[in-house]
Design a protein around this ligand. Sequence first.
Ligand SMILES: Cc1cc2nc3c(=O)[nH]c(=O)nc-3n(C[C@H](O)[C@H](O)[C@H](O)COP(=O)(O)OP(=O)(O)OC[C@H]3O[C@@H](n4cnc5c(N)ncnc54)[C@H](O)[C@@H]3O)c2cc1C
Length: 506
Amino acid sequence: EDQNVPQRTKVVVIGAGWGGLSTAHALSKDDRYDVTVVEAAPKVGGVVRDGYTTISGQRPAEAGQHGFWNNYHNIYSLFDELGIRDTALTDYAPQGQYSPRGLEAVWPVYREQFPALPTGLAQAAYTKFLQLSPLERATALPLVLAFSEFDNSPQAWQRYDNVSFRDLCMRLGVSKKMYNEAFEPMILTGLFAPGSECSAAAALGMAYFFVLQSQNAFDVQWCRGNIGDQVFTPWVEVMQGRGVHLRTETRVSGFTLNESQTKIVGVQCQTANGGSVELAADAVVFGVGAEALQAFAKFCPELSQFDEFRRFANLRGTSVLATRVFLDRNVTVPYSANACWGFDENVGMTMFDIRALHGSDNPTVMGAPGSVLEVDYYHASPLLVMDDSAIVEKVKKDVDTLLGPTAKQATVVDAAVVRLPNGVNWYYPGSYRDMPQLTSQSLRDCYFAGDIVRTQHGSWSQEKAYVTGLQVANLLRRDITGGNTNNPLTKILPVASDEPHVALGK
Ligand SMILES: Cc1cc2nc3c(=O)[nH]c(=O)nc-3n(C[C@H](O)[C@H](O)[C@H](O)COP(=O)(O)OP(=O)(O)OC[C@H]3O[C@@H](n4cnc5c(N)ncnc54)[C@H](O)[C@@H]3O)c2cc1C
């Protein structure tokens, strides 16, 4: 071997979701790394990938409609780097909240509300709750104590992780009506499971990030089209241009450890055509969710010899049903994005007007005769067992209840049904102790990225997955190639600081 050619560090990234792609992209900026991303699915994007088709086979579909909230500073910075910020995102718009009895609340565009108010007061003053009296809303005040105490530190997580969010609310005296009509819908759509089955720590962290960090925290821009076309394709092209190898339809199924069992040196993969391949690795990044970590714990004895990996057997996901219905006529949809509750017990629901969000010239709606509605259900295992036609019938019934007479006259001419069994992470009470840290505690040069990973950054969902990927790239560079952490590959932007009154409370 030519001694003058520097050896490149072989990094195998498992999973091409936000977390794995983030690490691969960051490392691609340093040519000392030879990065391979291995993805089981046919397309990149993880749980939010596109590449599905409608029942007729004629139209593209994706898993849901994806939003980027005010505090997604790192993803916004990526969009700037890729030059896609203006084209990939919608403008801000008010959002609705519905139950079967009608419109329940309206979330305005908070940055357009004046005067700007301290957080907490701003949401109370500017959110229009149509059914909740000020007295009911006042019962939520004691929660301020919990929000003040929760600072994302491991101690705060341990303090609030063993109790469910519902129990915390009941103990603090939040009224049942306030809980059922304001908090439960937020948890079902933000954490994908009911508050009685979600860690209070996760709920406090998520709600602070998405709603309470500032007056503008809940303002959201949606992906203006298919997320694969708008975001993942241009992003992956940049990485591949810098030499990142991408292997889709390739499932990681086992690992080879060094003789002293301290390090992964080979990643065993199964390809779609039944072949197998082993990739040599100097470092391995697990960019996978709870369900995949659980499978590795169960089926890879080389990993389950370690307590850290055995604990992943406790992790679990919850199911999502993402549907898109194409109607034969335009129906009136007052708000382009809506959270809904009360349609199925313990199931969260969102509804989007795709034509309004993507624009009528977008390939996602081209050729469609009327409205195109995305209706997604969370914690939806009982719905996943229905067949496609029963699901489409149910969706239409829910849309009719939501939108009333004009919707009832419409018929469905095509639909997409995407099932994601156990596809999203479930932050059940006590899950914190089972979740991975950024760096493996038992194997050298082994890391975890994605929204299942413990981090003190304070972000959630896509932003959290993306941030943990950057954190892993910086740690890996420090550990393996002695990179200076003061000069990271990608600077990680913090969630904005607490407002003065919140900091004082804390
Ligand atoms: C319908 C829906 C709507 C959502 N809406 C929003 C939203 O509006 N805003 C927001 O911020 N977040 C949203 N989320 C959540 C967000 O998508 C996730 O937080 C984020 O995508 C998680 O990314 P990740 O990289 O951690 O994991 P994942 O996306 O789960 O990626 C893991 C990848 O690993 C692959 N993998 C697993 N096992 C293996 C294996 N053995 N070998 C190879 N590859 C493997 C998987 O195929 C997958 O591609 C939504 C999720 C869903 C399902």
